[in-house]
Design a protein. Structure first.
Length: 603
């Protein structure tokens, strides 16, 4: 394929060694992908961000992979030129869309060829960082210049455009994070992660902090003072910037910014009064403006929404939220163009100018049970026979973008509505009672939880709550079991109107008088940036093993595996994995095992 040849040429240009060349030459065709990574497709990092979908590929997935690769081939020169433009407008928007799609493909397939392509493109953009406006002004900080419109004397030839500075810096944060999460795989990824993270903090942010008189909060929060334009799409890019910087370094300042911006975005989202299962959101971060965001700008927001869903971020990780977004485009935006689907209303509120584009929206097919959005994606593909030659096809670029999101949607769809137990613990209390705590993953309305106590021989199950308990967040109930039962076994079941599935099981040995043999205290601090202390008590001597596991249950690190005496004990976790590398920010589980007992807590 022309794409492979292009990769080889670029790697030589960028100094790629034999390993890089071997990888480029090994780009598999869609049929060969079925034999890749048979155990599991790799996500963006060690956390469960991407697919948990066993190979082989389904016919639909294979079709989208073939379209993806064809689109990459047809658009290779076009996107190279974009990243070499030195224009923050092009690099942030078209280049950002393209690299995001490559990372979606990487999440869905685990194929490092896609991450290698991201490396090539970002290295091209890196060569165009400059410390000089077109008028010769310098300040010691490198950036790309805004070159979109020579007639715009406010921004042309400078690095001061609020919107595109936000979008581009958010992109860079994603690049740095992707390389950081895979730094152990390849020294080139590690070097790129260090460069881009360093550039964000010592160049981009340092520049804006200096321009704001050293006031970092003003740079983040004062409209038009720095890179903060109070519109939804640049603010979502600010969210991405803060979140990934926090994830890479644990700096609480960035966590505070990410939390603040998340709340702003959620508050700007309202239920569409004409379509009560859909959203609409303001162009600005104030729904009272009634100035609803146009769909072409919604693309920049939606790609962050989709990404943060994969990151498991609050609100946006909930299937209900994503179903509302799916409904927004399925039921409000695109039906305005029926029949024919030759154009769409360029406005999330159903009005405005008309221009057809699918952008990232077909990614919400995973939450669209009607198949409308996936069907629209199939209709939108131009096809390899209609691409321009020389790798300059805009249609190929768009096909690659649509294909990456369609592929991810297919991979995600089987797991979108699956309910699992985030936590399920049973702790003996004074007086012989048992406190049972649980939390379900986000679930569709009508899904509740039922707890059962099993008899000693497990032949009988006693239901503890007659009515299923619904609702997000932690839930609890207290059981008074029969005296002398030791150990106790409990099961947690997810219940809908027509199904019941056991999703959790815990065994609770009890000591004399109902005292717990193992008591796990809440970790402190929690959340944490640098380290947290895990405290627990043993009623008697036991072999203790302390594990850190990710939400998929995979072992991240073993903190202890020792014989310990009775009493209180502490263990510390510094947020590193077994190799000593910082783990990405997010949810983890502390699992303490003492003899036959097991206790779990979230950090």
């Amino acid at each position: 394929m022309r794409f492979v040849a292009r990769v080889l040429a670029l790697l030589v240009l960028l100094g790629g060694g034999p390993l890089a060349l071997a990888r480029a030459a090994a780009l598999p065709d869609p049929a060969a992908l079925a034999s890749m990574r048979a155990a599991q497709r790799l996500p963006l990092d060690a956390a469960p961000l991407g697919a948990r979908h066993a190979l082989p590929w389904t016919p639909a997935e294979s079709l989208w992979v073939s379209r993806l690769v064809a689109g990459m081939d047809a658009s290779s020169t076009l996107v190279d030129n974009t990243m070499l433009s030195g224009d923050v407008y092009q690099i942030g928007r078209d280049g950002g869309n393209y690299v995001e799609a490559l990372l979606m493909a990487f999440r869905a397939t685990g194929d490092y060829q896609f991450l290698d392509r991201v490396l090539e493109l970002t290295e091209l953009a890196r060569t165009k960082l400059v410390d000089a406006w077109l008028d010769g002004t310098t300040d010691g900080f490198t950036d790309w210049l805004w070159l979109a419109d020579p007639t715009n004397t406010t921004f042309y030839g400078k690095d001061t455009n609020w919107l595109d500075e936000s979008i581009a810096s958010g992109n860079v944060a994603l690049w740095a994070y992707a390389f950081q999460q895979n730094r152990a795989k390849d020294s080139r990824y590690a070097a790129a992660a260090d460069f881009w993270r360093g550039w964000l903090e010592s160049q981009f942010l340092a520049k804006w902090y200096q321009r704001c008189g050293g006031d970092s909060l003003a740079a983040w929060n004062t409209p038009y003072a720095a890179f903060y334009k109070p519109d939804t799409e640049p603010r979502s890019a600010n969210w991405r910037l803060a979140y990934y910087l926090w994830s890479m370094g644990g700096n609480s300042f960035y966590w505070a910014r990410a939390t603040q911006i998340l709340n702003q975005l959620v508050n700007a989202q309202v239920v569409n009064p004409n379509h009560p299962t859909a959203y609409r959101w303001a162009k600005e971060l104030d729904p009272s403006t009634l100035d609803w965001q146009l769909v072409n700008y919604a693309n920049y927001y939606m790609r962050v929404v989709f990404e943060m869903n994969l990151e498991g971020q609050p609100t946006f990780s909930a299937p209900g939220t994503m179903k509302y977004f799916a409904s927004t485009f399925r039921d409000v935006v695109y039906p305005n163009s029926l029949p024919g689907l030759t154009s769409c209303a360029n406005d999330v509120n159903g009005g405005g100018s008309r221009t057809y584009a699918l952008y990232a929206f077909n990614g919400f097919s995973a939450w669209d049970s009607t198949g409308f959005l996936m069907n629209l994606a199939n209709q939108s593909i131009t096809g390899a026979g209609n691409y321009a030659g020389g790798g300059l096809s805009k249609a190929g670029r768009d096909d690659m973008f649509i294909s990456a999101y369609a592929l991810m949607a297919l991979v995600l769809a089987p797991n979108v509505t699956a309910v699992r137990a985030l936590t399920f613990t049973a702790t003996p209390q004074a007086g012989g009672t048992i406190r049972i705590d649980w939390e379900l993953s986000p679930a569709a309305p009508g899904t509740g939880a039922v707890v059962y106590r099993l008899s000693a021989d497990e032949s009988q199950r006693t239901r503890l709550n007659a009515v299923p308990i619904e609702g997000a967040g932690p839930q609890a109930l207290v059981d008074t079991p029969p005296a002398g039962t030791d150990p106790l076994t409990y099961e947690l079941a997810a219940v809908t109107a027509d199904s019941e599935t056991v999703i959790g099981r815990v065994v609770v040995p009890r000591g004399p008088g109902g005292r717990p043999r193992l008591l796990l205290h809440p970790s402190r601090p929690n959340p944490f940036a640098t380290s947290t202390t895990i405290s627990y008590e043993l009623a008697s001597a036991a072999r203790v093993r302390i594990e850190i596991r990710d939400p998929a249950g995979r072992l991240v690190r073993t903190l202890a595996d020792d014989d310990l005496p009775p009493g209180r004990h502490d263990a510390a976790w510094d947020g590193r994995d077994a190799r000593g590398a910082d783990v990405p920010g997010g949810l983890y589980f502390v699992v303490v095992k003492a003899g036959p007992e097991r206790a779990t807590a979230r950090v």
